[in-house]
Design a protein. Sequence first.
Length: 393
Amino acid sequence: MTVCAGVHPNRTLPVVLDCGTNNEEHLNDPLYLGLREKRVRGEQYDKLIEAFVSSARRRFPKAMLHFEDFGLDNARRILDQYRSEVPCFNDDVQGTGCVTLAAITAALHVSGQSLKDIRMVIFGSGSAGIGIADQVRNAIAAECKIDKDEAAKQIWLIDKPGLLTTDVDVSSAQKGFVRDAAEWKGKDTSLVGVVKDVKPNVLIGTSTVPGAFTKDVVQEMASHVERPVVLPLSNPTRLHEAVPKDLLTWTNGKALVATGSPFDAVKGPWGKDGAEVEIQPAECNNSVVFPGIGLGSILCRTKLITDEMLVGAVEGVASMAPARTDSTAPLLPGVEDVRAVSVRVARNVIKAAVKGKVATQEGIPMESDEELDQWIEKQMWKAEYRPIKLEKR
């Protein structure tokens, strides 16, 4: 928040909730600094979270809560429990969803499509995959003016059992995206089978299954789509579903690629008359979106962080994608431009909060984007030393 969005360090408070550990080596290590107890779960865990949130609200009534690393079982549940009560944001769920949707939006711009055209397969349906599905569904619903259930029909989720259907045991977060089992009876519900049947134009990887996006899968997708959008997002690099060089080689340079880790540019004979071109894959790094969401939420003193505010954040990031003017450039702005991106994101977040009547700060200049940007920049902290003057004696 401080480096990327200029939130004053005195206005941030890192908090670590130590819930214990089940690692026997840690428990028996005399130098282990954490709580020497078995990990707290269930009702006790929920009471700890409730105690923290209520205490934070009492002590800092205007604070925004940024949740991180709560794990698959708790991240969505805790976010859903508190997001209608306090301004809170979960980066693993919403941040990943927002930055991925921004990359998809930029890719659709390059290919001359829009959100209504999306047919998206997500391979890996944990907190990151569901977060992406949620953001894309919400954006489709908003743009096409349809309900979220209808928008969810443009998204297919695959997990360990294969395609998530009504006859598969799923979590509450996954439930809104399951497909009718009767429609898939006798069909291949593996990744390659779903790609053949669905003919997606967007393929997302959040599975941590290395090499899952095989040549067969990618070329099957590319046989139906002029510019396939392929985002292998699993971290670290050794867990990537595919690497950019393979994706671009298998598709003759047509794939629009963003990854979960940084990769070097890829060169190949994909230009006019076989000329060599250099394509730079984007890195789907949450740091280009969550700082601006935090900055905008703080400056407008929002009561809640709404879906509309997140859609505004996505549009802010996507509008600054280099690929919008050069299809060989990244689908997302780089971290070197993060402060400028944070201003754009904060602007859109504030506008959505004001429109949604959840902003409580008075005197926000809403006459023009330029004026609002200046107001935001004026309040951003800069890491600069004060000048030192020596007094003559």
